[in-house]
Design a binder for this molecule. Structure first.
Ligand code: MRU
Length: 340
């Protein structure tokens, strides 16, 4: 069973899986206040680049439904508030801007038409993401052979998107094709998206997965136990540099050292061709408490200084292929031979 991270419930509300409660409890949040959608994005109750774009798009419709205000001033204010929820994933800005463009073109002149206009576009964004995930999965599956093993970092699965996921979408399609594969999931400190979410959703689908601490990947690569690395992305710059969950850069360097192909799976909405390189990507910093007392247990001295960027930038030269909905695009490593 592949889970649905986000769904429209009715014209006033959406339903999200509260991802902070996984894997212990599968709890749904029914949200009919756009402020709660913003809070859900900030608290990572909904997370993953495409999913936060979809949630924000729905948030625009929810906001108009909750207030009955369809004035241009209100809609623009809501859009700005939604965009301020997290800084790194471009899908959030892309989705909200697309909602605004559609609303400007349609120019609805009453509440009913405004709601129809906003929901239609939000659902279109959701549906397109679902289809893009499927295409990414199909293109990526061609790279993986029967019996091979794949390392992934963070969660770029169904929980992070409107469909079967990007990096995990590739694995789901392999599974559907009857290819046996083995997945290693990095636990992904500090918020453990790999341990809590990736292993949970792969196990739901019957895919063979082993959880590893982030610092185990290098040893497994040296032992020849990893054939491919597939990760998602939060923003890909014009030169191929990309932001993804903190730790992705280290995995990419390790993969290059061991000549293991390194793939970035992402839909069109994650490519930000407005920016030349990764230097222009704003990296979100998270609270130190997520590191010193994550999940309620203190693991560092009270008062210690903490630096906790949520994402890092991996240079395009370390990427073998970008797996997008339109196919495979070579990265900076594509011309170099790989040993596996
Ligand atoms: O902080 P998160 O959990 O939102 O970070 C998510 C990631 O880094 C994912 O790999 C990325 O958004 C791609 S999801 C298809």
């Amino acid at each position: 069973m592949i889970v649905k991270a986000i769904e429209k419930l009715n014209d006033k509300s959406i339903r999200l899986i509260d991802q902070t409660r996984l894997p212990n409890e599968l709890v749904y949040l029914n949200l009919d206040d756009y402020h709660d959608i913003i809070t859900a994005i900030k608290k990572l109750q909904v997370r993953g680049a495409p999913a936060i774009g979809i949630a924000a798009a729905c948030g625009m419709a929810v906001a108009v439904a909750q207030s009955g205000d369809y004035s241009a001033q209100y809609i623009k204010t809501v859009a700005e508030e939604l965009k301020a929820s997290r800084p790194t994933a471009v899908n959030l800005f892309w989705a909200v801007d697309r909602m605004l463009t559609h609303w400007r073109i349609e120019n609805p002149d009453n509440l009913e038409k405004t709601l129809a206009c906003l929901w239609n576009e939000a659902l279109a964004i959701h549906e397109e993401d679902k289809q893009m995930c499927r295409s990414i999965g199909q293109h990526g599956a061609d790279l993986i052979k029967e019996g091979q093993s794949v390392l992934t970092h963070c969660n770029a699965g169904a929980l992070a998107t409107g469909g079967i996921g990007t990096a995990l979408g590739v694995l789901y399609v392999c599974h559907e094709q009857g290819k046996k594969l083995h997945v290693y999931a990095d636990e992904t400190r500090p918020l453990l998206q790999g341990a809590r979410l990736t292993t949970w959703e792969l196990m739901q689908s019957g895919i063979d997965v082993t959880l590893i601490c982030d610092n185990t990947a290098g040893m497994l690569m040296a032992q020849g136990k990893i054939n491919h690395v597939i990760v998602g992305a939060d923003r890909i710059a014009a030169n191929g540099d990309f932001a993804n969950k903190i730790g992705t850069y280290s995995v990419a360097v390790l993969a290059a050292e061991h000549s293991i192909p390194f793939y970035v799976a992402a839909p069109a909405s994650t490519f930000d061709l407005q920016i030349a390189s990764g230097d222009e990507i704003v990296i979100e910093e998270r609270l130190g408490s997520e590191v010193t007392e994550g999940f309620g247990i203190r693991t560092a001295p009270d008062g210690v200084k903490v630096y906790s960027p949520a994402f890092d930038i991996t240079p395009g030269r370390l990427v073998t292929y970008y797996i997008s909905d339109t196919g495979l695009q070579p990265g900076g490593r594509s011309s170099r031979p790989t040993s596996r």
